[in-house]
Design a protein around this ligand. Structure first.
Ligand code: ADP
Ligand code: MG
Length: 273
């Protein structure tokens, strides 16, 4: 802990504060996320260790980079040291656009979307244990100073197969939850794709595809599968990709590879123009 100097608190996490820090050795700006584990049971602590290990293994330009973890046994706290994302997150960008009555340019939407796809590709295609994010939402899409995406907050992510009651109790209103999760709690990589579809929809329309005052009403809307069209300023291609990801049948949704190929095609189209 003495290797770092706290600069300021920048956010409140579910289990403690998030602070901007400076690494004394070289002055590098980083953040640490405090996790108070005193009230957790053994199983939950094991889960926490598993999560930190997931984070350590993921190294990708579009995933928030993990640096270190510190344990303060006396105060029952763990500090996860990671990359500082100074551009904030996509929930902030969406809020600002709404306030200014401004839409995001389609080019920017594709760029951000593609970088999330690259990050997900890294998680879904790992040979030694596929990782599902499980909590894709604007607040977990961080940005660096150049509007590059850093997928973060793997707090609910799991290696395939593992389940945790603890994770379930800490999810907020599940706006981005797929129909199959609602009906039979079934989660696979196509559920991440559904959430990604909700994200792409929201980047364009600045509203969530499924909105309701409570979880029950939300579940009904999600299971109806009915979604408003995107604003007409956006291309048919963008609408098509949203519809593809928001397919009720998980098997009909694209895989990350499908989405990577698609970007290659649309990039070439745009270069020709
Ligand atoms: P939790 O999911 O445990 O509640 P978050 O990861 O969402 O915690 O972090 C809480 C707040 O801290 C967020 O609102 C976010 O703005 C900020 N934050 C988290 N990680 C970073 C980071 N790497 N860089 C900059 N800000 C961050
Ligand atoms: Mg969060």
């Amino acid at each position: 802990m003495e290797n770092y100097e706290i600069i300021q608190t920048i956010g409140e996490g579910s289990f403690g504060q998030v602070s901007k820090i400076r690494r004394k050795a070289d002055g590098k700006l980083l953040v640490w996320k405090e996790i108070k584990y005193g009230a957790m049971n053994e199983r939950e602590k094991q889960q926490l260790v598993a999560e930190v290990n997931i984070l350590r293994e993921l190294r990708h330009p579009n995933i928030v980079r993990y640096y270190d973890r510190l344990i303060d046994k006396v105060n029952s706290r763990i500090y996860i040291v990671m990359e500082f994302c100074e551009g904030g997150d996509m929930s902030g960008v969406i809020k600002k656009c709404k306030r200014d009555r401004d839409f995001l340019p389609e080019e920017i939407i594709w760029k951000i979307f593609m970088q999330i796809v690259l990050a997900l590709h890294e998680c879904h295609k790992r040979k030694d244990g596929k990782i599902l994010h499980r909590d894709l939402k604007p607040a977990n899409i961080f940005l660096d100073s150049s509007m590059n995406v850093k997928l973060g907050d793997f707090g609910l992510s799991r290696m395939m197969g593992q389940e945790s009651e603890f994770a379930k109790t800490h999810v907020g209103t599940p706006y981005y939850m797929s129909p199959e999760q609602i009906t039979d709690s079934h989660y696979n990589e196509k559920s991440d794709i559904w959430s990604l579809g909700c994200l792409l929809y929201e980047f364009a329309s600045l509203s969530r595809p499924f909105e309701a005052p409570n979880a029950g009403a939300l579940a009904v809307k999600i299971k109806s599968g009915k979604v408003e069209k995107l604003p007409t300023r956006y291309s048919e291609e963008l609408q098509r990709v949203v519809n593809w990801m928001l397919n009720m049948d998980p098997n009909m949704r694209p895989s990350v590879e499908d989405l990577l190929n698609l970007s290659q095609v649309s990039l070439r189209i745009r270069e020709k123009k």
